[in-house]
Design a protein around this ligand. Structure first.
Ligand code: FAD
Length: 755
């Protein structure tokens, strides 16, 4: 009877472990030891969480037992008493901040001061970040620094993975080495405790007989669960190479990108249907050498959701988005800011927020815009699932009772009892870039052998370069993937398990409510994703494409006065405010500041300058610090956004210096060479005014703001600043880096950047 209890479920063993531990000592029963370890994650968009879940799922195959928790579930773990190895997986968000669900943990470990506090703790850490942003992996680095300051020991070197170049470059090798390290750490810790516990066996026996109840070292005891051991897949298994028919595809028969419709030509029509993908596309076809190699593919993610569709008579209440934290506000004006065909389409939207006090904002704040998935893409997905006729059925989602997934839960972004149509329109990011786990799961549902093999390749270790090229770097969406892999028919539950939440898109406020009471402006350019193998006709960004379509008939065109243009559109959108913690003009008006904002990056600075102009009008006697704006775009006559307004700020003295450069004017872009006399990008102009920049930043305690593209511009500006500091202060690279770090720390070098 006792034996039965011990061998059926190790979960129970932990729950009732004290008794079992002592029985195991007395009975000397043969039992296989599985060491436990703890996996803690902090995740904003789900990537860190999914890696942590993957670790927990694989653990059994390595003879380990993982206890998985989110960092904010502090009732589920206790680091103060933890005697097993701990694995942290954490991402970084915003300007180097912890994800929301790690915030309290980071605050807690920052408060704690005793250098012995975590002396007993053995940990390792995987940090996710993006070098396109400032403070790369800052949350991971902070946790690591604090753990060490509190006495914790690292049992395996920390990994710092960069989403800018591909997380897997670090994550995959780090995971490979993890298992050996956890086992070694575990056995070391256990042997130390064994020594102690042997000495205490007699005491333990007494304790069991009811004399005392000491802490039990749970991870000394674990019992092999035969059932679950058999059911679990190996973490990686070999898949044979493709039959020669699929590997025989000749890549040279594909005529490359010239087949695609030019994205400019397709502007009006490209989103209107789901394009056909050529069956010889390199996205869907294996070619040597990959097609001939054996593959290591990840373990099949265990299914964890049961989804049922219920037919109802009553019409759905929620036909729009979920409105808890969002406010519906009318668009009172839409203005086209760019001109000509050779530039991105940039628009300004004015929202009427006069009846919505919750949207009271400051320059530097941004707002989240809720946007739906495109109707034709939703229709396509429902067709592919064979559920088009059941689009109005209500969706009920529950956890599978028999799921093997560790820490399984119904994702919080899946509401109950909404229609299938609502779920696909407002809740699931059907344009998300498919993760490897999703590709792996799709393998099971591909009817065509060539496509099955190709999906295996794309999620395999050997196919990482192809995945990066055709999926990740191309920003291929799930819709595009399913279009390309036409033989694949996944069930609805699989999509609900794998698709992330449809995220609202943030936009910086481009106005001051002192200048525009009751109004909020924001500016965006319509994102154009170019054609690629899975996307024959290119497409527009989801939110910017949707906004463009929404306002298209009511746009005010440049050169026309408002009264002569078509009436303002009576459309409304759902938004919520994202107050900024630090991206604000200096609180002291006398502090000089420099703003760098090419393209739509100029948006928050329009707000800064409107605010400043109003303050100057209201208090003409006050001393105001110098202001500089470095702006850049392609063409003076095409995308010089806010030109009149900026020149007006200069004329009124609100903006002391406006430095503008045009990257494509008067030269062939490829041949253009920037020089001191011929600046091309904002960083060239910064160099041109290096002495003034250095003077404001290093001698007048001024502030430096950067807004816009994270991928190139913000990096280049950062490097230029470093150069300026080096030459102006006569210091080396290291000292210049320290100086920049100090400026960031003091909130005098601030970034609001996006990829
Ligand atoms: P999506 O459908 O989300 O597509 C964008 C995706 O396409 C991205 O993943 C990107 O990597 C990818 N992509 C883009 N171009 C290419 C390409 N050429 N090739 C391959 N992939 C590509 N934007 C503004 O215009 N104005 C603002 O004021 C502004 N403020 C912001 C403030 C903050 C705090 C943040 C985080 C972002 C801000 N953004 C701003 C960016 C904005 O939120 C959206 O990301 C942007 O408008 C695109 O949204 P979308 O839904 O149209 O595109």
């Amino acid at each position: 009877m006792l034996l039965m209890t011990l061998t059926t479920k190790y979960v129970n063993v932990f729950v009732n472990s004290k008794k079992h531990y002592y029985f195991s000592l007395f009975c000397s029963m043969p039992c296989e030891t599985k060491s436990r370890f703890v996996v803690l994650y902090g995740s904003q968009k789900g990537q860190a969480q999914s890696i942590a879940e993957g670790i927990a799922e694989e653990a059994e195959d390595h003879g380990l037992v993982a206890e998985l928790s989110c960092l904010n579930q502090d009732e589920k773990y206790n680091l103060e008493k933890e005697i097993a190895p701990v694995v942290f997986v954490v991402s970084t968000t915003g300007d180097g901040e912890p994800p929301d669900n790690a915030l309290q943990f980071v605050k807690r470990i920052n408060k704690n001061q005793s250098p012995d506090h975590y002396k007993h703790l053995s940990y390792t850490l995987l940090a996710l970040g993006d070098t396109n942003y400032a403070n790369f992996c800052n949350c991971g680095k902070t946790i690591e620094r604090r753990l060490q300051a509190l006495g914790a020991r690292q049992f395996y070197p920390a990994g710092f993975a960069d989403d800018g170049v591909g997380l897997e470059l670090v994550v995959d090798p780090w995971l490979e080495g993890l298992w050996k390290a956890v086992k070694e750490a575990s056995s070391k810790m256990a042997s130390v405790r064994n020594d102690e516990s042997e000495a205490n066996v007699k005491d333990s026996a007494k304790e069991f007989l009811g004399l005392t109840q000491p802490d039990v070292q749970l991870n000394l005891l674990s019992i092999t669960d035969q059932r679950s051991q058999e059911a679990v897949q190996t973490d990686f298994h070999n898949v044979p190479s493709a039959p020669s028919t699929s590997s025989g595809q000749n890549p040279s028969t594909f005529s490359g990108r010239t087949e695609f419709v030019s994205q400019n030509d397709a502007m009006q029509t490209k989103d209107e249907g789901i394009p056909h993908i050529s069956s010889s596309s390199p996205l869907t076809n294996s070619v040597p050498p990959l097609s001939q190699s054996s593959l290591n593919v990840p373990a099949l993610p265990p299914p964890f959701l049961d989804v049922t569709l219920v037919e109802v008579d009553a019409p759905e209440q929620n036909v729009g988005p979920l409105k808890e934290t969002f406010h519906e506000v009318p668009i009172s004006k839409a203005v086209l800011l760019s001109r000509g065909d050779s530039v991105k389409t940039a628009l300004l939207l004015e929202l009427d927020i006069s009846t919505c006090p919750a949207l009271t904002y400051q320059p530097g704040d941004s707002l989240d815009v809720l946007c739906p998935n495109r109707a034709e893409e939703v229709d396509y997905m429902l067709c592919r699932l064979g559920l088009k006729d059941r689009r109005d059925h209500r969706v009920h989602v529950a956890l599978r009772k028999d799921t093997k997934k560790k820490g399984a839960h119904v994702p919080p972004h899946i509401p109950q009892n909404v229609s299938l149509l609502f779920l696909f329109t407002w809740c699931l990011e059907i344009r998300s870039v498919p993760k490897k786990a999703f590709l792996r799961a799709l393998v099971e549902y591909a009817a065509d052998g060539t496509q099955k093999r190709r999906l295996q390749e794309l999620c395999s270790k050997q196919g990482a370069a192809d995945y990066n090229l055709h999926v990740r770097d191309a920003s291929l969406s799930v819709v595009e993937l399913l279009t390309a892999f036409s033989s694949c028919s996944p069930p609805l539950s699989l999509l609900i398990e794998h698709l992330p939440k449809l995220q609202p898109r943030p936009y910086s406020a481009a106005s001051s409510c002192l200048r525009h009471p009751g109004k909020l402006h924001f500016v965006f350019s319509v994102v154009e994703l170019p054609a690629c193998f899975g996307r024959p006709a290119g497409r527009r960004g989801l939110c910017t494409g949707w906004l463009f379509d929404l306002i298209h008939p009511g746009i005010v065109f440049p050169g026309k006065t408002e009264s002569s243009s078509s009436p303002a559109p009576a459309k409304a959108i759902h938004v919520s405010l994202r107050p900024s913690c630090s991206f604000r003009p200096p609180s002291e008006q006398s502090v000089p500041f420099i703003m760098v904002g090419p393209g739509t990056g100029v948006a928050p600075f329009i707000g800064f300058l409107q605010q400043r102009e109003e303050a100057r009008k209201r208090n003409p006697e006050a001393v105001f610090g110098e202001t500089w704006l470095f702006f850049g775009c392609r063409h003076r006559n095409g995308d010089y956004l806010f030109r009149e307004e900026l020149e007006g700020f200069v004329a009124s003295g609100t903006l002391s210096h406006l430095k503008v450069c045009f990257s494509r004017d008067g030269r062939e872009a490829e041949e253009a060479v920037a020089s001191a006399a011929n600046p091309r990008y904002v960083q060239h102009n910064l160099l041109l005014y290096r002495q003034q920049v250095a003077d404001i930043l290093l001698r007048q305690s001024g502030c430096f703001y950067v807004c816009g593209d994270a991928k190139n511009m913000a990096k280049d500006v950062n490097e230029t600043l470093m150069e300026i500091i080096k030459t102006e202060l006569h210091v080396d690279q290291l000292e210049a880096m320290k100086k920049l770090a100090e400026l960031r720390e003091k909130k005098r070098y601030l970034q609001d950047i996006w990829a």
